[in-house]
Design a protein around this ligand. Structure first.
Ligand SMILES: [Zn+2]
Length: 476
């Protein structure tokens, strides 16, 4: 949620930033002098893929690959998952244990690919639970704007680390962060915090100015060196800033990455004609990711389907901000690739189970039809392989297909909120909670085991985020 109306004509630089909701960042940007790169390598570098792990005798494995098991989710009962060199090496029953393998008893547990969060703004953890009586514009004015301009590198690090770890502990293994215009030192801190968590991530950077060399510099010096990181160019499509949108699209093409735009989160944004702008600049295609896309017309849905435009659906945020309900059932009928997104501060938590449940529930509430798209298997696919397809990462993650990277989640159904077994697949969506996520592997590395984040002092992470938030309050 980064979407506010833009000025009607000939915006000045400062007006433009204000129109994009970036007024608070203007002084930072207009006077920003990038510092020399220090690199964003993790302070605790790890060697992805140096481990062999066998998840043994899982009660149910959802591979998301119909070729590997039964049904649309490729389900296997009493199966093993072998991870080697950071990749899925094999899935099947009674796999041999390679010498030196770490064996994890998964009996009684459910195994599936990690969640792919296609839209987030992690720094907004600082305003969780804030401005709860406001819509998007009010939330922006009351909660986001006053804090964005006062962020320091240390504060960014604290908030991003907190939210990224919350996402990981909830089963997210890949996330996309659409990041506001920030000065280089904030960007560096942001990327470093992400890299240190070990999560697979995409940094979507809003260029500080059309054609700014800072974009390529951030990609080259901060993002590309992180093994699990990728890059996108962020924008906010609107007629008043069409020339900027065009320049951002050209930058994305030059860098060979996706353009990532907020689109029609509020009905008032119809006046900005964001989808028309994206069409006019030639961006409609599989290299375009649009977020929210709630208030699309039939013609726009048809154009998105025809051009294979990718979408991020953020149902919890959309409900919270009174933004509306995405026409997900129509998009599903047209075969549009849609992933799920937590969407930063307005989600308030990183609960992917709640996200899946809301994605189903909103369409049923809208149509009064229990059979409407998405069903349980649809939403589980959207949360994993579907999200990977949206991001162009389906050749690497999203299913437990041997050869893909080992981004794996283990869910323990032996919990008061989950048991007893009726239909575990449905229960993942309707009963599951982050605390049922027993283990999380990214690129074969265990980030959560036995219900606890590995090597993370969570008390300290919380303490430092509290202190950073208190300092921001004091500065205001
Ligand atoms: Zn957003």
């Amino acid at each position: 949620m980064q979407s506010v109306p833009v000025p009607p004509s000939a915006p000045t630089r400062r007006d433009l930033l204000a129109g994009l909701g970036l007024a608070a960042a203007a002084p930072l940007l207009l006077g920003a002098t990038p510092r020399p790169a220090r690199g964003a390598q993790p302070s605790r570098p790890y060697a992805p893929g140096s481990r062999t792990v066998l998840l043994r005798r899982a009660s149910l494995v959802l591979t998301m690959d119909p070729a590997l098991g039964s049904g649309p989710l490729g389900a296997l009962e009493h199966a093993d998952v072998l991870m080697q060199d950071g990749a899925i090496a094999a899935v099947g029953t009674a796999l041999a244990t390679p010498s030196g393998a770490r064996v994890v008893d998964a009996s009684g547990k459910l195994v599936m690919p990690g969640f792919v969060d296609t839209h987030n703004h992690l720094w907004q953890a600082v305003i969780r639970g804030g401005c709860t009586d406001r819509d998007l514009f009010g939330w922006f004015q009351g909660c986001t704007d006053p804090r964005r301009g006062r962020l320091t590198p240390a504060a960014v690090h604290s908030f991003v680390r907190l939210a990224a770890l919350d996402a990981v502990q909830s089963g997210v293994t890949t996330l996309v962060d659409w990041v506001d215009i920030f000065s280089y030192d904030l960007v560096e801190s942001y990327v470093r915090a992400l890299a240190e968590t070990g999560v697979r991530f995409t940094y979507a950077m809003f260029p500080p100015a059309p054609g700014s060399p800072l974009v390529a510099k951030v990609k080259r010096e901060l993002v590309d060196p992180v093994p699990l990181a990728s890059f996108q160019v962020a924008t906010h499509a609107a007629r008043a800033v069409e020339s900027h949108n065009r320049a951002h699209w050209e930058t994305a093409q030059d860098l060979g990455v996706m353009l990532n735009s907020h689109v029609l989160e509020r009905p008032e944004q119809r006046a900005d004609d964001p989808f028309g702008v994206l069409a006019d600049i030639g961006a409609l295609g599989p290299r375009l990711l649009v977020n929210h896309a709630i208030h699309l017309t039939d013609a726009e849905i048809a154009a998105a389907a025809d051009h294979d435009v990718r979408m991020a659906h953020c149902p919890l945020s959309n409900m919270r901000l009174a933004s509306g309900i995405m026409r997900l059932s129509e998009l599903g009928r047209r075969g549009v690739k849609v992933g799920l997104g937590l969407d930063g501060g307005t989600n308030d938590s990183s609960d992917f189970h709640a996200l899946m449940k809301a994605a189903i529930g909103l369409q049923r509430a809208r149509t009064s039809e229990a059979g409407v798209f998405p069903q349980v298997h649809d939403v589980l696919r959207m949360a994993t392989l579907g999200g990977a397809e949206v991001l162009g990462l389906a050749d690497r993650v999203g299913s437990l297909t041997p050869g893909k990277r080992a981004d794996v989640v283990v869910v323990d159904p032996a919990a008061l909120n989950f048991a007893p077994r009726f239909d575990w697949i449905g229960q993942i969506v309707f009963n599951g909670r982050p605390e049922n996520v027993d283990a999380v592997f990214v690129d074969g590395r265990a980030l959560k085991l036995g219900g606890r984040l590995v090597g993370i002092d969570t008390d300290r992470v919380v303490r430092e985020a509290e202190a950073a938030a208190a300092r921001l309050r004091a500065a205001g």
